[in-house]
Each structure stands twice: as C-alpha cells, then as structure tokens.
Design a binder for this molecule. Structure first.
Ligand code: HEC
Length: 117
C-alpha cells in the first residue's frame, strides 16, 4: 500500500469531490442568506402599511404588528404565505409576486422598526 502511483489518483478524486461539495454548499448558503436592504424595504412596504401600519404597528387586533420582529422569522412567514405553506386570504394577494430580494428587503425593514411603534 505504499505504491504512490496507486494512491495518487484516489486522493485527487477525493479532493475534487470535496471542493465541489464545498462550492455547492457555499452557493446554497448564498442563495438562502439574501441581504435585506432597509430603505428598499421601506418603499416596497407601502401596500403593507394599509394593514400593518406605516410603522409596522397595526390598528386592527386581527392584523399582527411587525415592527421589531426577528428578520429571519418575518422572511420565513412572508415566504410561507407566498408559497402557500401558510394561508391567509388578506395576505396572499400582497405577497404572491414577491421575489426573494423583495422578501429580504421587507423583512429587514420591519425588523429595523422599534417594536413599541
Ligand atoms: C389586507 C391586509 C393586509 C395587507 C395589505 C398585508 N397583510 Fe400581512 N397580514 C395580514 C393578516 C390578517 C395577517 C395574519 C394572518 C394570520 O392570521 O395568519 C398578516 C400576517 C403577516 C405576517 C406574519 C406575522 C406574524 O407574526 O406571523 C407578515 C410577516 C406579514 N403579514 C407581512 C406583510 C407584508 C410584507 C405585506 C406587504 C407586502 C403585508 N403583510 C400586507 C394582513 C395584511
């Protein structure tokens, strides 16, 4: 088992496989961890303000406050509404067309607002 001409090709293949896996993992992580832009989110949130309030504080007890909520949670809920995993008839039309970037921006915006209004 000390024959180098036998061991080399295997080590090479293992190395390439690891590199490919690492690259795939990095690409996936990049796709999931979209950077949210608070200012872009503020503009995109204009239609949401009708129910969730301009400051993310709702005036109707049936509409949740969003101000100061965790960013990752907000993004997940918006995505779930968009994809149908969470259903609400009043939310669905407003999120149906959102891109991953829109969702990241909206989540960043609402998370940036003070929870007390
Ligand atoms: C017509 C009113 C209305 C509009 C407009 C609206 N929402 Fe909602 N939203 C709701 C209601 C009602 C719920 C609670 C649904 C439920 O009970 O599951 C909700 C829930 C949410 C939640 C989940 C909150 C939590 O604590 O789980 C998020 C996040 C959210 N909305 C974001 C948005 C965003 C972003 C927009 C604009 C793109 C928007 N909403 C527009 C009514 C609205």
């Amino acid at each position: 088992m000390t024959d180098r001409s036998w061991r080399c090709p295997i080590r090479l293949r293992t190395g390439l496989g690891t590199a490919a896996l690492l690259a795939a993992a990095l690409l996936t992580a990049g796709a999931l961890a979209q950077e949210g832009d608070v200012e872009a989110g503020r503009e995109k949130a204009a239609p949401c303000a009708a129910c969730h309030g301009p400051n993310g504080i709702s005036s109707n007890p049936l509409w949740p406050n969003l101000a100061g909520q965790h960013e990752a949670y907000l993004a997940k809920q918006i995505r779930d509404f968009r994809d149908g995993a969470r259903e609400d008839i009043s939310m669905q039309p407003f999120v149906a067309q959102l891109s991953e970037q829109d969702i990241a921006d909206l989540a960043a915006f609402y998370a940036s607002l003070p929870a007390g209004g």
